[in-house]
Design a protein around this ligand. Sequence first.
Ligand code: MF3
Ligand code: CO
Length: 250
Amino acid sequence: MSVSIKSEREIELMREAGKILFEVHEELGKIIKPGITTLDIDKLGRKLIEGYGCTPSFLGYNGYPASICVSVNDEVVHGIPSKKHILREGDIVSLDAGVIYKGYHSDAARTYGVGKISEDAARLIDVTKQCFFEGIKYAREGCHLHEISEAIGNYAESFGYGVVRDLVGHGVGSALHEDPQVPNFKQETRGMRLKAGMTLAIEPMINAGQYNVRWLDDEWTVVTADGSLSAHYENTVLITDGEPEILSLR
Ligand code: MF3
Ligand code: CO
């Protein structure tokens, strides 16, 4: 496993990519309401990303057919936008987006409620976001990678939620997916020692029910095996010798 340490120049480009991606998510968040289609989200996302002079990281990646992964309710990640899929009041929807700016990726995801949602759904969304913040307490030089994993997993499990095991976070930089893998649950080993200049996409995927997932016949969409709701929250994070820098947040 080779984990790259980014140079100051690379970090600057990733900061810019992150700022742009933050703005893209802010704009996409504003259009989430009953009656829009998941394809509407993808179309606006692509337009925004290209409007910033960036390329969507996901479009064409391993054949993925869209710019934004839009995953509704029991869809965990990698939902494929469709004009036939209309959002309804009470749904929850995860938007995962990536941008490439001058050769460098930033990757981030948010989960929103559509109109008024149940208390249980709202709690799942809040806890999933907080999982990320629990994890990044250990995203600093001198900590070990799996301290992040354990903090995320323990927090989610304290609510009785299932932490997805079949998909994990990852290094990010000149490639969308770099080493190391960043699991969201306790590992047998402590993992590598973190160093300033590493950039990680930390992305808890949390199910209201069991952790098991399956793939739909489209070969992309990941859904919960038990049909329970799932939420996703992700940012691109720079490890420093002090507080982590969350590149895709303001
Ligand atoms: N954030 C997702 C990931 O890290 C995005 C990949 S979707 C794909 O896996 F379409 F690009 F594959
Ligand atoms: Co990712």
